[in-house]
Design a protein around this ligand. Structure first.
Ligand code: FMN
Length: 347
């Protein structure tokens, strides 16, 4: 069965799930054009995730995917956390604020309890994708029994082979160019493979359909990865600027005025690619202390972002973007999908 049949879409194009940027309106706009819309729900409570899915189902009768995080939960090392808080303290003091005394686990993993699974089983989106790892066997089985298509991000061949062995339906090959968090299973190991090379490698060694993600901003780039063995493409950065995303004004402005991105784990505790900000230029010095575990580190960063932005300093923002952000175009989501379809069809 082709990926178009599997996902019941007209075009081999997926909107990337983007926690903090996804909205039901953006997902529905993409799905209504015959591509696959998506909701990044990893930062939501199960109740909020359910509300977003129901809202999307009100806006479209077309298929869409939802996305959750499958990170291995780590205990917070209190000494590491204290050193990190002390390191970041002067940044808070710039705004006459004090950092929190403790860091919280702001996002539970899909692996840690079945509340998210129950939301998916109850609301039945067409597909569910996972970042940072593979769900438990009982979770995969329950999704299969419900007829929901499963997809997991891979950043190297070992992860792709583990995804295939687990009985997942589709592999998302996330190249090093990708905006947002690296989908790496082990946060201390990153093979850092380019999208084009990763697609070829996975397509050669695995039998599952492969979706290419990372650095794809136009139809020419999409065509190139489709030729290399990808069955479809997934774009994130290109859609962040759409009016129906929830990106704030500072983020939108930065997307069109900056074009340098960097991978850093200082914001969240896991490596993620975003536009250069204070984290990269001032805090990521080689002598900085070790960052606490994900997502505890993100708790601190989000509090600093909120303190700074209240005083109109947006340089601490988590402005996730892929390395080809310089090629971003100002287009509504429906127009962007139609433009990509046209460009893919044109020789
Ligand atoms: C703002 C933003 C948020 C993201 N959030 C998620 C997420 O919640 N879940 C996920 O699986 N991937 C997430 N990603 C990664 C995308 O799925 C995808 O790999 C990436 O956008 C592809 O690269 P591109 O941005 O160059 O198109 C995010 C990417 C961006 C840009």
């Amino acid at each position: 069965m082709s990926i178009l049949q599997l996902l019941e879409i007209k075009h081999p194009i997926l909107l990337a799930p983007m926690a903090g940027v996804s909205t039901p309106e953006l997902a529905a706009e993409v799905s209504n054009q015959g591509a696959l819309g998506s909701l990044g729900l990893g930062a939501n409570t199960p109740e909020a995730a359910k509300a977003q899915i129901l809202k999307t189902q009100e806006l479209t009768d077309q298929p869409f995917q939802v996305n959750f995080f499958c990170h291995q939960s780590e205990e917070l090392n209190t000494e590491t956390a204290q050193q990190w808080i002390d390191y970041i303290r002067p940044q808070f003091e710039k705004f006459d604020a004090t950092p929190p005394t403790q860091l919280n686990c702001i996002y539970p993993s899909f692996l840690d309890n079945d509340d998210y699974l129950h939301v998916v089983l109850e609301t039945r989106p067409k597909a569910v994708s996972f970042h940072f790892g593979i769900p438990h066997p009982h979770q995969i089985q329950a999704l299969k029994d419900a007829g929901i298509i499963t997809m997991v991000s891979a950043t190297n061949l070992l992860e792709a082979q583990a995804i295939e062995a687990a009985g997942i339906d589709i592999i998302i090959a996330q190249g090093i160019e990708a905006g947002g968090h690296r989908g790496i299973f082990n946060q201390h190991f990153d093979a850092a493979i380019k999208t084009y090379d990763l697609v070829q490698l996975i397509a050669q060694h695995c039998t599952l359909p492969v979706i290419a993600a990372g650095g794809i901003m136009n139809g020419d780039q999409a065509k190139a990865v489709l030729k290399l063995g990808a069955a479809a493409v997934q774009l994130g950065t290109a859609f962040v600027q759409c009016k129906s995303s929830s990106a704030n004004a500072a983020y939108r402005k930065a997307l069109f005025s900056q074009n340098i991105t960097q991978i850093s784990a200082s914001l969240s505790g896991r490596p993620a690619r975003g536009l250069l900000g204070t984290w990269h230029t001032q805090l990521d010095s080689p002598n900085r202390p070790k960052v606490p575990a994900y997502p505890y580190t993100y708790d601190l960063a989000k509090q600093l972002m909120s303190v700074a932005s209240a005083q109109h300093d947006f340089s601490y923002g988590a402005f996730w973007a892929g390395s080809n952000v310089g090629q971003i175009r100002e287009l509504e989501a429906a127009d962007l999908v139609n433009q990509l379809v046209l460009e893919i069809k044109t020789n």
